[in-house]
Design a protein around this ligand. Structure first.
Ligand code: GLU
Length: 490
């Protein structure tokens, strides 16, 4: 058995989406499952589509998910360079060889001519494709064109009959009639290869054993196989992954709320969640397991369990899964991960840097109900601000009025002032009986106090909240609440 060598070969034309990352992940999983090698190769030969910063973004996304590469940019390797733009001579050499063998030819058609041809084909309702005008130019004719200053492209000479077939590890037998494949360009007139040529040359040069890629590349595969054959190379094995679909079963897009990989990070999803979630789009362990660790994925991964049909991206499931992973974090770990979101999202008036110890004490109060790390700042804001903002009538609990609320606040304040230690147990021991003494339901008194100390009506449990806020803050806020309510006319 040949050792497994797989690659993720993104084109730096933008920010990778879930589909690209899933491709990277399946390659990585196969490599890790088999003890093989995972390679990152940057396919940057389409100069017009290159986007600045895209390579860095791709690498950061992979790192965030822990998809480490054994060969590629920054780490090097025996088969580099790993940027195709630094390997042009290899592609030119392959193209030259194919021309010499008669498997490829120079084409001098101008872009205007090709455009006319295309329009003509559309008008006649013919399939698009090069009409092969330059296919049988003699060397002399070529030389004449070149002396006139024309620079050719190199096209592959696709057989005019027969079939190209392969066994896809996911789709099974795939057959293409050669008549449906046009004489595609391999090398452009500026000496840059097209995707097809560079991909084949590098997969061969880098000893790639399996090509796992999106289904949208499946129609390129017969072209690649024809080139392998002409070059006398053994092709890799192919596994094309079905597309990811939105809930309406159309191709997943921004319209479905799908965003690029690091945006999920910025939206407060954990990398563990994304890893688990993306791996289960189109792959399953046993059709029922939803929560599966990275280790178990590596242990159990196999291409046989890849689905053949489009897999649905379910955002609600993602949120649910993130909640599961968040609840499973050790409290300190949760606090550590939330901290940057708090630094960023708490009101600007809150002094930075935040007190890590204080943050650590608050976090257990919200961890259980957090679905995304971005929600936390909103839930805990009142722990940090100096001034609460709320409408004073909010202090008045259900079935109470201004005067009963004022009384509840006054008595609570005087009792609490005498309490030296604001521990949860002591607060509870004081405040539960106090409600009864005031003729209130516990819920009513707690609601008044909650609004007074937090400015909100829904918060983590009251005694824990007061205990973390501390005596001074609580007493000050109760005094302020009294003052505010007194300004409200009865
Ligand atoms: N550069 C191609 C892409 O951007 C690679 C496709 C392949 O894996 O062959 O997805």
């Amino acid at each position: 058995m040949q050792p497994v060598r797989v690659r993720f070969a993104p084109s730096p034309t933008g920010r990778p989406q879930v589909g690209n990352i899933r491709t990277a992940m399946f390659n990585w999983l196969l490599a890790r499952h088999t003890g093989g090698t995972f390679i990152l190769r940057i396919e940057d030969t389409d100069v017009t589509r290159k986007v600045g910063g895209a390579v860095e973004y791709i690498m950061e996304g992979l790192r965030w998910l822990g998809l480490d590469w054994d060969e590629g940019p920054e780490v090097g390797g025996d088969y580099g360079p790993y940027f195709q733009s630094q390997r042009l001579a290899l592609y030119q050499e392959a193209a030259r060889r194919l021309v010499e063998q008669g498997d490829a030819y120079y084409c001098y058609c101008s872009s205007e001519r090709l455009e006319e041809m295309r329009q003509d084909q559309v008008a006649r309702k013919q399939p698009p494709g090069y009409d092969r005008r330059c296919r049988s130019l003699t060397p002399l004719e070529c030389a004449q064109k070149e002396s006139g200053g024309l620079r050719p492209v190199v096209r592959f000479r696709v057989p005019e009959s027969g079939q190209t077939r392969f066994r896809d590890l996911i789709y099974g037998d795939v057959v293409f009639e050669n008549t449906t494949i046009d004489d595609f360009v391999m090398l452009k007139s500026d000496g840059y290869p097209t995707y097809h040529l560079a991909n084949v040359v590098d997969d061969r040069a880098m000893k790639i054993s399996h090509v796992i890629r999106g289904e949208d590349w499946i129609s390129s595969t017969p072209r690649h196989l024809l080139m392998y054959k002409a070059l006398g190379y053994e092709p890799p094995q192919y596994a094309h992954n079905p597309l990811i679909l939105g809930p309406d079963r159309s191709k997943l897009s921004k319209r479905h709320g799908a965003v690029s990989i690091l945006e999920y990070r910025d939206q407060g999803y954990l990398p563990e969640t994304m890893f688990n979630f993306i791996a289960l789009i189109g792959w399953s362990l046993d059709d029922k397991t939803e929560i599966i660790s990275r280790e178990d994925l590596v242990k159990n991964f196999s291409l046989e369990r890849m689905g053949k049909t489009g897999a649905i991206f379910n955002r609600e499931k993602l949120d649910w899964m993130n909640g599961v992973y968040i609840r499973g974090l050790a409290p300190d770990d949760f606090a550590r991960r939330v901290l940057p979101f708090l630094e960023k999202d708490l009101p600007t008036a809150v002094r930075r840097p935040l007190h890590a110890d204080y943050v650590r004490r608050i976090m257990p109060l919200v961890q259980e109900r957090t679905k995304r790390l971005t929600e936390v700042a909103g839930l805990v804001k009142f722990f940090f601000v100096d001034e609460l903002e709320y409408d004073p009538p909010l202090l008045i609990a259900k079935n109470m009025d201004r005067s009963t609320t004022l009384k509840a606040l006054e008595v609570s304040l005087s009792r609490l002032e005498k309490l030296a230690d604001f521990s949860e147990a002591l607060l509870e021991a004081l405040l539960r009986p106090l409600a009864e003494e005031l003729g209130l339901k516990a819920g009513q008194l707690f609601s008044v106090l909650r609004t007074a100390v937090t400015g909100e009506t829904a918060t983590p449990p009251l005694f824990q909240t007061m205990s973390v806020l501390g005596r001074d803050r609580c007493l000050k806020r109760l005094q302020e609440a009294l003052a505010r309510l007194r300004t409200v006319s009865s």
